[in-house]
Write a protein that binds this ligand. Structure first.
Ligand SMILES: *Cc1c(COP(=O)(O)O)cnc(C)c1O
Length: 436
C-alpha cells in the first residue's frame, strides 16, 4: 500500500511555480483531499490566475468595472513621501491639503479633498453637512448607481433625512422652495446626475443655477467626473457626445457649493471620490470623523496628482482614457487589418462599437474597429499569460482595438493564433461589463 504524499512534501515539489509556500500548502492539501494530485499543476495554475494581474481589455468598454474602470499606472519609488508633512514649516501637514490644492486649481474651486470613491464622497458630505437634518432630492434623481448604492440608503446611513421633491419625470423650482418652507430644518439640496439612465419625454428638471435661489447649499453629485465642458486637455474641440454631461467647473460656476465626482470614470484616474467647492464646506467635510475612515492612501494620492498634472498641462494624451477616446477610427482600421493579416484567415477585421462603460453615458457609442473569429474563444484568450478579455455576440468572438494599447497588438496576434486554432470553448461567457 502506498502512503498518500505528505502535504508539506508535495508543496515543496511545487516550488518552481513561484508561489509562496503557504499558498502551495493549501493547494497540496486540497489536491490530496480531492484525489487530484495527478492534476496538481493545473490546480496551481488556476490559483495563479486568481492573483491580481494586468490584463488586456479587448471588450471596447473603456471604463470596464470588472477590469478596474480607468487604466492607471503610477510609478512610485518605495520611498517615504511628504504625505502629511509641511516641508516649509516641518510641522504635521494634511494629505488633503497637498492634493486638495492641486484638485481645487483643476476644478476652479476654493478647496477640494479626496475620499475612497464617489459613494464615500456622498456619504461624507451628507454626514458632515446634514446629519439630523433634511436633504431635498428630486424624485427623478433617486438613483441606484449599481452595487447597491442607492441614494435613499446612503441618506439613511449618513443620518440625514430624505425630503423627496417633485415627481419622477418633473420637478420644478417651486417644488424645492415649497419643500424648504415645510421643512425648515433642510440643510441642503442634493442634485444627483442620472449617470446610468435617461428620462425622456414629458420631463422637467431644475438647473443648479435655479436651485441656488432655494436658500440652502446646493451639492451636485455629478458622478462621472468630467472636469471642464471645454475639454482644454484635448487637441480638438469638445466631443459632441459630452454635450449633456455635467462638468465640475461649469457646475461650480453655475453656483453649486460643492461638486462630488469619481476619480475613475471620465476623470480617468484611480478609484477615488473628489469633493470640490466652498472652502468652508470642504473644511467641515474634512474635519468630520468619517473623513479619517474614508481617506485614501498615498498610492492613490500619487496617481491622482499625476493625472491632475496631465490635465493642468493640457496633455490629454497622457491620460489613457482620453487617449483611447481620441484615437481615430482610421488608426484602428489599420491596426485591425494588420492583426487580421498577421494571424490566419479565421480572423477578420470588423467594424465595432466601443462604449464609455462604468455606468456613464448609457446611450453613447464610439465608432471602433477590431477583429472577429467564429465561435467563442474567450476562454482561450483569457488563458493567455497576460489574459485578454474579449466579447462574444451570437457565437462570434469580438476583439475591439479601441481599448487595447497598440503596444499589445503583437501579443494579441500571438494569442489569437493560438486561440483561433484550438477547439472552441464550451464555456461561453459575456463580458459587457458596462454597468457600474
Ligand atoms: C458612479 C456614481 C457614483 C458612485 O461613484 P463611485 O466612485 O463608483 O463610488 C455616485 N454618484 C453618481 C451620480 C455616479 O455616477
Amino acid at each position: 500500500m502506498t502512503h498518500p504524499p505528505s502535504v508539506d512534501q508535495l508543496a515543496r515539489s511545487l516550488k518552481h511555480h513561484g508561489l509562496p509556500h503557504p499558498i502551495l500548502v493549501e493547494i497540496a492539501r486540497s489536491a490530496i483531499a480531492s484525489d487530484q494530485v495527478g492534476n496538481i499543476d493545473a490546480l496551481v495554475n488556476q490559483r495563479k490566475r486568481r492573483l491580481l494581474m494586468p490584463v488586456i481589455n479587448a471588450t471596447g468598454v473603456l471604463l470596464h468595472t470588472n477590469l478596474g474602470r480607468a487604466p492607471v499606472g503610477v510609478e512610485v519609488e518605495p520611498r517615504y513621501s511628504n504625505l502629511e508633512l509641511n516641508l516649509e514649516t516641518g510641522q504635521r501637514g494634511s494629505r488633503q491639503q497637498t492634493i486638495g490644492d492641486t484638485l481645487a486649481t483643476l476644478c476652479g474651486a476654493e478647496a477640494a479633498m479626496v475620499v475612497n470613491n464617489c459613494a464615500g464622497a456622498v456619504l461624507l458630505t451628507l454626514a458632515a453637512l446634514a446629519a439630523g437634518k433634511g436633504v431635498a432630492v428630486s424624485r427623478g434623481e433617486m438613483v441606484e448607481i449599481g452595487g447597491g448604492f442607492r441614494i435613499p440608503d446612503v441618506m439613511n446611513q449618513s443620518g440625514a433625512r430624505l425630503v423627496e421633491v417633485g415627481t419622477t419625470n418633473r420637478s420644478r423650482l417651486s417644488d424645492f422652495t415649497t419643500a424648504y418652507e415645510t421643512n425648515p430644518d433642510m440643510a441642503m439640496v442634493l442634485k444627483v446626475h442620472r449617470s446610468n439612465y435617461e428620462i425622456v419625454g414629458f420631463t422637467e428638471d431644475v438647473s443648479v443655477e435655479a436651485l441656488t435661489s432655494v436658500g440652502v447649499p446646493v451639492i451636485a453629485d455629478i458622478g462621472s467626473g468630467l472636469l471642464d465642458a471645454a475639454c482644454p486637455w484635448l487637441a480638438g474641440p469638445p466631443p459632441i457626445w459630452l454635450a449633456d454631461e455635467p462638468a465640475a467647473k461649469q457646475t461650480l460656476e453655475a453656483g453649486a457649493d460643492l461638486v462630488l465626482f469619481s476619480g475613475d470614470k471620465l476623470f480617468g484616474g484611480p478609484q477615488a471620490g473628489i469633493i470640490a467647492g466652498s472652502k468652508e464646506l470642504v473644511q467641515r467635510c474634512s474635519s468630520h470623523p468619517l473623513a479619517r475612515a474614508l481617506r485614501p492612501g498615498s498610492l492613490v494620492m500619487h496617481a491622482l496628482q499625476s493625472v491632475a498634472m496631465s490635465y493642468l498641462d493640457r496633455q490629454g494624451d497622457e491620460i489613457p482614457f482620453w487617449r483611447m477616446v481620441a484615437t481615430k477610427q482610421s488608426d484602428l482600421v489599420d491596426r485591425a487589418e494588420r492583426v487580421a493579416n498577421s494571424t490566419n484567415d479565421k480572423v477578420t477585421a470588423v467594424e465595432t462599437k466601443a462604449v464609455p462603460g462604468g455606468g456613464t453615458l448609457p446611450t453613447v457609442t464610439f465608432p471602433s474597429y477590431g477583429v472577429t473569429v467564429e465561435g467563442d474563444i474567450t476562454s482561450a484568450l483569457r488563458s493567455n499569460d497576460r489574459p485578454i478579455i474579449a466579447r462574444v455576440e451570437q457565437n462570434r468572438t469580438y476583439v475591439d482595438l479601441r481599448t487595447v494599447d497598440p503596444n499589445d497588438d503583437d501579443e494579441l496576434i500571438q494569442a489569437l493564433m493560438t486561440a483561433s486554432t484550438s477547439p472552441t470553448s464550451k464555456n461561453p461567457q459575456s463580458n459587457d461589463g458596462a454597468s457600474s
